[in-house]
Design a protein around this ligand. Structure first.
Ligand code: SF4
Length: 465
């Protein structure tokens, strides 16, 4: 499932074959399309389409190119637009596209700024997310958003063209960033580099159809079915599967626009890339300040909030239903510390190993403290690889960041666990989070590689899996 969060299906380009366009979108797995108004007529048409097709939602507003037509007192026009929201039966789910365009400058800048400010206020009054158009005017857009920000301000910068500094400010304001066809262009190196470092849980996908046709179809009219090209490119950039990207960006769109509905079913097995993950527990012996659990129960679009811990048989049933032999590996992970359920790990791993499946354990390295014995010999022959979160260069820092229930000396015990693991597990690695402002990454690397003699990897901040 994918959501094209920005298309202009009301445009005359689609009059001859709109039904076929929608059918191709459906065939390509596009579940919902947001059609975005650019002026009063376009907004009205977008609303009509949203009433005619269950898969279409509408956004309404006045594009910066069009604000020059509003005249000195556009309150009547805004009143009509507000009426469209009331009459929209829940299908008008955003305000925009509104913003500033200093690249084309089709409207005088003072009019653009006045009417953007006006629309930011209306979106908040109506409690709707904003769809922002910003072109060569990101600082000015951010200034107005900051000045007008209230508790209901939220939205997305569509077809993002800013740099890393701007992206940080956009994310800091709580906005999403939407990527479109330009991501697929061969010379879009800057955008692709930026996409690599942007957090996946704040990204949306769009076509901006009929504009910005992705590379494989360039030169032709764009349409919602082609959002798959941006999804595939983003998956390649992020080292994820297209399915991962579809799930994650659809969840993001659902959270921002309230469409599609979140998958509320807790997953006890879930896939990321080519691995199958098992969610054993939500309990943990740490309470890390950076843990994703502090903000969400979703990891890469999967809901991992368990109502109760799965039994061995429940896990095994869910695992075999996924045909684990199809995956590169099965990983004990989840939204908690898996070694709290050591007996489950051992039994499931034993069954997987009889099928010749590679097994990895992601752990905070406190298994020996949890069970008050050396558990590593019990994992020999069952676990092929173990990945331990080190997360700090010394015990004081570890204690400060992770708040382990076992106290200040936990860090030393985690290191001891890593040393011991080398005797029983073929592949041992440690990870730290990419938080250079907090963690001395090179010192951690030295500890991993020189002191402990294991591999070292930096994990993306605020990301599990
Ligand atoms: S060890 Fe992992 S699951 Fe536990 S609190 Fe820290 S980040 Fe969260």
């Amino acid at each position: 499932m994918l959501i094209d969060t920005h298309a202009h299906l009301d445009f005359p380009d689609y009059e001859p074959d709109r039904e076929q366009v929608l059918q191709r979108a459906s065939d390509a797995g596009i579940q919902y399309i947001i059609t975005v108004g650019t002026d009063l007529a376009s907004s009205k048409k977008s609303c009509e389409l949203s009433q005619s097709y269950p898969q279409i939602y509408a956004s309404i507003g006045i594009h910066p190119h069009e604000v020059k037509e509003l005249g000195p007192d556009p309150s009547d026009i805004y009143d009509v637009l507000k009426g469209l929201v009331r009459q929209g039966k829940g299908k008008v789910i955003a305000w925009g596209e509104a913003g500033l365009d200093y690249y084309r400058d089709y409207s005088p800048r003072e009019v653009q700024e006045r009417e953007f400010r006006h629309q930011v206020r209306i979106a908040q009054e109506l409690d709707l997310p904003l769809i922002i158009h910003a072109r060569q005017a990101h600082d000015e857009v951010l200034k107005i958003l900051n000045e007008e920000a209230g508790p209901r301000l939220r939205g997305v910068f569509h077809c993002f063209s800013g740099d890393e500094r701007i992206a940080k400010e956009v994310l800091g304001l709580g906005f999403y960033i939407s990527l479109a066809g330009p991501l697929t262009y061969p010379n879009s190196h800057k955008l692709q580099r930026l996409a690599k470092i942007l957090p996946t849980d704040r990204l949306l996908l769009e076509t901006d159809a009929p504009f910005l046709t992705p590379q494989p179809r360039r030169g032709k009219r764009n349409e919602p079915a082609f959002v798959t090209y941006a999804a595939d490119k983003l998956a390649e950039i992020k080292g994820l599967s297209s399915r991962d990207i579809a799930r994650i960006t659809s969840l993001n769109a659902s959270l921002l626009f309230g469409i599609g509905g979140k998958d509320k079913t807790a997953k006890i097995v879930y896939q990321i890339r080519k691995s199958l993950y098992l969610n054993l527990t939500n309990r943990c012996t740490n309470n890390c300040c950076f843990c994703v659990r502090n903000d969400t129960t979703y990891v890469k679009g999967h809901n991992l909030k368990l109502s109760q811990e799965p039994s061995i048989e429940e896990l095994w049933q869910a695992t075999t239903a996924e045909d684990p032999g199809r995956y590169q590996e099965v990983v004990f992970c989840g939204l908690g510390e898996p070694t709290l359920r050591l007996e489950v790990i051992k039994e499931i791993a034993r069954r997987l190993k009889t099928r010749g499946i590679r097994v990895r354990l992601n752990t905070n390295g406190q298994g020996n403290l949890i069970h008050a014995r050396n558990i590593l010999p019990e994992l020999e022959g069952l676990i092929d690889a173990i990945s331990v979160s080190l997360n700090a260069e010394d015990k004081e820092k570890y204690y400060h960041l992770c708040h382990p229930i076992f106290g200040l000396d936990t860090y030393d015990q985690v290191k001891e666990f890593i040393r011991g693991a080398k005797r029983y597990i073929p592949q041992v690695g440690v990870t730290v989070l990419d938080m250079p402002w907090e963690i001395d990454l090179s010192k951690c690397q030295e500890i991993a590689e020189k002191e402990l003699g294991v591999s070292f990897r930096i994990r993306e901040y605020n990301i599990l899996g």
